[in-house]
Design a protein around this ligand. Structure first.
Ligand code: SAM
Length: 462
């Protein structure tokens, strides 16, 4: 649908951007600008273990869990979203799923998502790992950490930690990661359709500024990549300066080689300019927002060993009644709540050395002892290691009421803490007091705008 508030295709984009696209795309430029003038497409990435409803929505060819929606629903009113059953993510970014499928990484890889907030790529990576290996999701801007944490807590795996560090500090963790994702801050040309302010803020100077910042980020983090490891570089912008040129910079400056992948031609993913192997999802070709991605591999020098550090986290005893048999053993970090961590994450943390001070969250918190009573953590209800048969089921209106912070009172045999579930997915906790209950869904995660006109219909139902 053409946007009637935009009158002239020629006038609405910054002139320098318009001219560059024209010279790059030639005759295709007209369809590019026409698509930029339509409403953005809404897409979701389904959780491979949590989403369990039959549906017939259009698939995204490069991600078996990607779906296209016909309109944008109010996700924040949907208990399935709160329970981590899916993550709204534009389709081009989901190309990362096809990259992960093709890269030859170890069975238990140690991965870093360097520029991670709000967490779309981390959720996708975490869904790929499904609890294998470890994923450190880093965000340098502190106030963006809570949303990142919220999204990963919903995902429910115990192999994830979150840090708030400058890339340089993580770069000191020499040769630690098998795979590093740099989804770099960029000039955002690929977001012009979705966010009007992206084109208002754009300028040729911004492109130059971003390119230099990206080079600094790449140089800073490069030492942290293991020999033989892969660095996946992506942006949501469409210019060579921030994209191909930065991959060339890496190939010239570092001991690296480009990694070529194969995507079916029917996907319409376009190669970038030579000599590096890299790809674009152009809006007029794929329907997505603009997205760029390239991969380099660090040559195996063979002379530096991979740092193996002993696990130094203390194991402790905790109430086990809520944990499934698959749950990894709980660990405690200094001054932190006990948390479920798989072995790879538990050994990654000490390997970070001095960068450990930037860790904000690690694993799935279990809760805390208050006197002789254990208060479970909200994240445990969202965990995939919660025992399936210990929760009290809610219907849709009860689930929405709970997510709004109301006291709900499902039937329970005894008083005490209970996890609640909706459609079999763990949601949050109540302390059942017999005639009333205390709602322990975190204030910051609550639905703030109550649904008007009843509870929402799930978007996948026809
Ligand atoms: N990967 C995220 C996702 O999929 O949801 C989006 C990342 S966004 C494109 C880029 C991120 O880089 C932002 O969260 C931003 O705060 C962060 N950032 C900004 N400046 C940075 C810097 N100098 N070093 C590292 N990250 C930076």
């Amino acid at each position: 649908m053409l946007n009637p508030t935009r009158l002239s295709l020629r006038m609405q984009w910054p002139e320098a951007f318009y001219q560059r696209v024209l010279s790059r795309l030639g005759l295709e430029a007209a369809s590019f600008f026409t698509v930029l003038d339509t409403e953005p497409v809404t897409a979701v990435n389904l959780h491979p273990l949590k989403f369990n409803a039959p549906m017939t929505l259009a698939e995204i060819p490069w991600n078996p869990y990607g779906r296209i929606l016909s309109e944008r629903p109010a996700f924040f009113l949907d208990p399935w979203w709160h329970a981590g059953a899916y993550y709204p993510q534009e389709s081009g970014s989901q190309l990362l799923a096809a990259v992960l499928e093709q890269l030859p990484v170890p069975e238990e890889p140690i991965m870093l998502d360097l520029c991670a907030a709000p967490g779309g790529k981390s959720v996708l990576i975490s869904n790929f790992l499904q609890g294998r290996g470890a994923l450190l999701s880093n965000e340098v801007i502190r106030k963006r950490v809570p949303v990142l944490y919220e999204n990963l807590a919903r995902n429910g795996f115990a192999n994830n930690a979150i840090s708030n560090l400058d890339p340089k500090e993580l770069g000191n963790c020499t040769e630690l990661f098998d795979l590093i994702f740099v989804d770099a801050p960029c000039s955002g040309e690929g977001m012009f359709r979705k966010h009007a302010q992206a084109s208002e803020q754009w300028s040729p100077d911004l492109v130059e500024f971003c390119a230099l910042r990206q080079q600094r980020i790449l140089s800073d983090i490069w030492p942290a990549l293991k020999p033989g490891g892969f660095l996946v570089y992506s942006t949501c912008t469409l210019n060579e300066t921030e994209n191909e040129d930065n991959l060339r910079f890496l190939l010239q400056q570092a001991d690296a080689e480009a990694v070529d992948l194969k995507f079916p031609t029917s996907w319409n993913i376009e190669p970038g300019t030579a000599p590096t192997a890299c790809w674009y999802s152009w809006p007029h070709k794929t329907g997505s927002e603009g997205f760029f991605l390239g991969i380099v591999q660090k040559r195996a020098s063979g002379d530096k060993g991979i740092l193996e550090k002993p696990i130094s986290l203390a194991k402790i005893n905790l109430p086990q009644q809520w944990l499934s048999e698959s749950a990894p053993p709980p660990h405690v970090r200094h001054k932190e709540q006990p948390a479920l961590m798989n072995a790879a994450l538990a050994s990654l943390l000490p390997s970070l050395g001095t960068a450990q001070h930037g860790i904000q969250h690690a694993g799935t918190p279990l809760g805390e002892w208050i006197g002789n009573k254990f208060k479970p953590a909200p994240e445990l209800a969202l965990s995939l290691h919660l025992r399936a048969d210990c929760s009290l089921p809610l219907n849709l209106s009860q689930a929405v009421a709970f997510l709004c912070g109301d006291g709900v009172l499902p039937e329970a045999e005894t008083q005490g803490w209970y996890p609640l579930s909706y459609e079999g997915l763990g949601l949050g906790w109540i302390n059942h007091l017999g005639k009333r209950s205390n709602n322990a869904w975190p204030r910051a995660w609550r639905i703030r705008q109550r649904p008007s006109g009843g509870v929402p219909v799930p978007f996948w139902q026809p």
